[in-house]
Design a protein. Structure first.
Length: 194
């Protein structure tokens, strides 16, 4: 089966991070606590917060993991496979938000600790785009595509999910392991094939 090039998109590298519910934010940082914006992210309305936490698995922990805002309905921790091996856990590869039956993790903050029975995942590579972008690139939400990134170590990412919402900005997200495999840094571009 031959694939067709649907165009070039920006690629961004997403390091380990935590999305917190308001309830868990207050357990970790104190009653009434609100996230403090450190920097805006590329996706509209999303930001890196000043707050960081420690995440712990069966074997070890990782400190200073950045919290992203705003708060979400459910707490979710996203790590790379390398992080998971350090923690001694085996989180599933999932789309962001799909945490049912995922790996357990402990989150510690300055005011308390949260023990999650599920919520730790490795995020599946995905492309954020608006409805207009999806029309221009001739793809649809939920479609699985391949994205090729050139450079010194060219790499093709298969099973990349297209995620369409008019609240998104056009960008592919990969984790640090995926970026390291292809010598990819911020500002890279990739070609969508489907």
């Amino acid at each position: 089966m031959s694939l067709t090039n649907h165009g070039t998109i920006p690629v961004a590298v997403s390091a380990r991070h935590v999305h917190l519910s308001q309830e868990h934010l207050e357990i970790l940082f104190g009653a009434g606590h609100e996230l403090t914006k450190r920097a805006d992210l590329s996706q509209p309305g999303q930001f890196a917060a000043e707050e960081t936490v420690t995440i712990a698995g069966k074997k070890s922990e990782i400190a200073r993991v950045r919290v992203l805002g705003p708060c979400r309905p459910a707490t979710q921790v996203e790590v790379s496979w390398t992080d998971a091996m350090k923690l001694g856990v085996r989180p599933p590869l999932r789309e962001s938000g799909d945490i049912k039956g995922s790996e357990a993790v402990t989150i510690a903050g300055p005011a308390g600790t949260v023990e999650l029975e599920e919520g730790l995942i490795i995020a599946q590579a995905h492309v954020h785009m608006t409805t207009a972008d999806a029309k221009e690139y001739n793809v649809e939400s939920g479609q699985i595509v391949t994205v090729e990134v050139g450079g010194d170590r060219p790499i093709a990412f298969r099973n990349v999910v297209i995620r369409v919402s008019d609240s998104y900005a056009l960008e592919m997200h990969i984790d640090t392991d995926e970026a390291n495999a292809g010598f990819i840094s911020q500002g890279a571009k990739g070609d969508i094939w489907a």
